[in-house]
Ligand binder design. Structure first.
Ligand SMILES: Cc1cc2nc3c(=O)[nH]c(=O)nc-3n(C[C@H](O)[C@H](O)[C@H](O)COP(=O)(O)O)c2cc1C
Length: 159
């Protein structure tokens, strides 16, 4: 039984700054799926692993559960609008978003500070989320790219 109420939990977590990514997958239907994700972390150097946490209720969850690959676009400081669009329920998220395609055909958002292409190697349950572990098969970073930061419910730039 939990001893912390949801508001206090969220309030405390809001003090922790995170980067902002867009995670993309390809559905069985051949469509692109994407979502704003701050629960992204590096996990291992050898082999190179990262993880993302995807909520059970997220529209993208079914596609992620069936997918063999995912891609991560680490958003740049000028990509607040992309972060908002890919978090908006019911939005046609890829409409107007400029992107290229990686080796596995996944959407990589143009202008991102970094891109990672991953093969899914494990999934773990974590409460109402799934921790999806990916082995990184390709990575690139913009040398001068500054990342977007999310903290206390606001988008910020690294000062
Ligand atoms: C800054 C930010 C970070 C987010 N991070 C996550 C995350 O790490 N995992 C997650 O499941 N949802 C995350 N969300 C929520 C989703 O982006 C999305 O808003 C939510 O799943 C509702 O979209 P849906 O209609 O596609 O389900 C985040 C939202 C915002 C604004």
């Amino acid at each position: 039984m939990s001893h912390v109420d949801a508001a206090t939990f969220r309030h405390a977590l809001g003090r922790f700054p995170s980067g902002v990514t867009v995670v993309t997958v390809r559905g069985d239907d051949g469509l692109d799926y994407g979502m704003t994700v701050s629960a992204f972390a590096s996990l291992s150097l050898e082999p190179p692993l990262v993880l993302v946490c995807i909520g059970d209720d997220a529209t993208i969850a079914g596609a992620v559960a069936a997918a063999g690959h995912f891609a991560v676009s680490v958003l740049s400081e000028d990509q607040t609008a992309i972060a908002q669009r890919f978090a908006e329920p019911g939005a046609d998220r890829f409409a107007g978003a400029k992107f290229s395609r990686g080796a596995d055909g996944l959407a990589l958002i143009d202008g991102a500070a970094a891109h990672l292409e991953c093969t899914i190697v494990a999934r773990h349950r974590g409460g109402d989320h799934t921790i999806v572990v990916g082995e990184v098969t390709a990575a690139s970073a913009v040398e001068a790219g500054c990342p977007l930061v999310y903290q206390r419910g606001e988008y910020k730039r690294v000062q």
